[in-house]
Structure formats: C-alpha cells, structure tokens
Design a protein around this ligand. Sequence first.
Ligand code: CP
Ligand code: NVA
Length: 307
Amino acid sequence: MAQSKPRHFLTLLDLSPSELQGLIARAIELKAMHAQGDTPPLFPNKVLGMIFEKSSTRTRVSFEAGMAQLGGHALFLSPRDTQLGRGEPIEDSARVLSRMVDIVMIRTFAHATVEQFSAYSKVPVINALTDEYHPCQLLADIQTFTEHRGPIDGKSVAWVGDGNNMCQSYINAARQWNFELRIACPPGFEPDADLMAQNRDRITLCKSPQEAVHNSDLVVTDTWASMGQEEEQQAREQAFEGYQVNAELMSYARSDALFMHCLPAYRGKEVCAELMEAPNAVIWDEAENRLHAQKALIEFLLTHPQA
Ligand code: CP
Ligand code: NVA
C-alpha cells in the first residue's frame, strides 16, 4: 500500500494561492483573538522540533512562543549539541525525529537539506530559512501589508538590494498573490536566472533602485551580506553602494508606500537609521506578525497533514 505523504512548507509554492489567502486571514484572526486574551490551546501535547543551523531571534522566538500559545511544546535543536553536528545523515535524523515529534521546522544553508529532510519525514516540515528561500517571512510581510493597506493583489512592490533568499521568496509571492515585483540589484547579485525566467510575467529587473521604487506601494530591502556570507561583507558594501533605502529613494514611491525589512537591519548600510523610525516603516508589525502567521501555518499543516 502506498504511504501517503505529509504536507510540507518548503516554499510558498507548496500552498495554493487560495490556501495562502486563507492562512493570512486566519493569522489576522488569531492576532485579534490573542490581543483580547483569547489564545485557545488548539494543539495540546503537539511537539514542534526546531533545527537551527544558523542564528535566529525572531524565528526561534515566534515559533517557540507560538507553539506554547497553541498548547504544545517546541524543542530547540542545535547541531552543536545534537548528532546532526557530528555527521549523522539528514535522512536518518528525519526518520528518527519525525517518529517523535508532530511537526518540524528547519533553518539551514542548502535548500536541498530541507528537501532531503522532508522526503524522509513522516510529519510536516517547515522551511525557516535556507540560502534560497525564506517563505515564513513572506507570510508575515503579506499579513502586514494586508493589515495596513488591504489586499496586495495588483499592487507594485520594489525589492532593492541583494537577490537573496528574501528576494527569491518575493518572486514566489508575486506569483502566488498576483502583484508586480520590480527588482534592483547590483550586477552580479541578481536572483536565480531560472526563477526569474519562470516569473517574467510578474517581475521586472530594473536598472536602478529609483526605477524599481518608482510609483511602488511597498519598498523592501534586506542585509547586503546574509548569514554564511560574513567574509564577503566588505566587498559587498562596495558593490551595493547606491542601493541604500532612505528618504530620498522612498520619495520615488507612492506617497503612502510602506517600507519593510525582515530584520536584522544594518543602519547606515542597506537602510538609513531615520527610515527605520519613519511612520510608514512597518517593520515592528512585520516582526510581530511572524508569531501570528506561523501559528496559522502550524494550524494549517497539523490539520491538513496529507498531500
Ligand atoms: N527575519 C528573521 O528571520 O529573523 P531571525 O533571523 O532573527 O529569525
Ligand atoms: N537574508 C538574510 C535574512 C535573515 C533573516 C539571511 O539569510 O541572513
């Protein structure tokens, strides 16, 4: 008998546009309930395994607090003190862990690692950031835009900076939520060519940050040197000169345009310090929404366990 496969969330393409839409609506609802002190323990005794091969503040705290609020538990697993760090194969770790926990979250380097883990897991696996994608952050970003400005469908979004995991998740988001994405990256730092080719109808690669930001409803950036690129930091700072998001660049956007950054931010590099404090910078709501959006995601995966 063929075994049914669990549902995973490795990229935004793992859920349909209507499932994603429902998830954002549920995140907004869970947030309102939480604000009123109504935090129903929907998943008592359920356990989330959290594998972190890279650092984290928001992702760890939002998943751990979210699981506690849902009545379950979260286990922090670092390669420094599990056998993963001593070379136990990912396939073996997946088979063992998924016999003990109900859902797994992984933050790692190669995207292939989460694919490999999920192929051997009996329970849903969530990508909590790889070198290629950061889909959980996009759930929070879309929730935040929706709360402040209504549906993002048909809007224009500017990505300024590195064509990194966040930018690539924005490309997937443009497809799934039907918005226009205008990308400005220094030469040599563009997103994956195949991903861009597959989404030509939604994305435009612009020649300058000003061209990307022109008339946009949302401007987004991220660090110029992601985790794992620490040694390239200085060279990247030179290559990204002129790509800082600041008030002057924001003046090309619509007057009600929002600014987002997944954080951590490096003031004076990809973003100027003043913009971080501006009223249209919705970065603290964006960070908070990681909690609500991921609770909705956990609920979705635990209640739709089979693909
Ligand atoms: N935005 C984000 O994922 O933050 P952390 O690296 O702190 O988890
Ligand atoms: N692009 C960044 C995002 C951090 C949340 C990184 O991968 O380090």
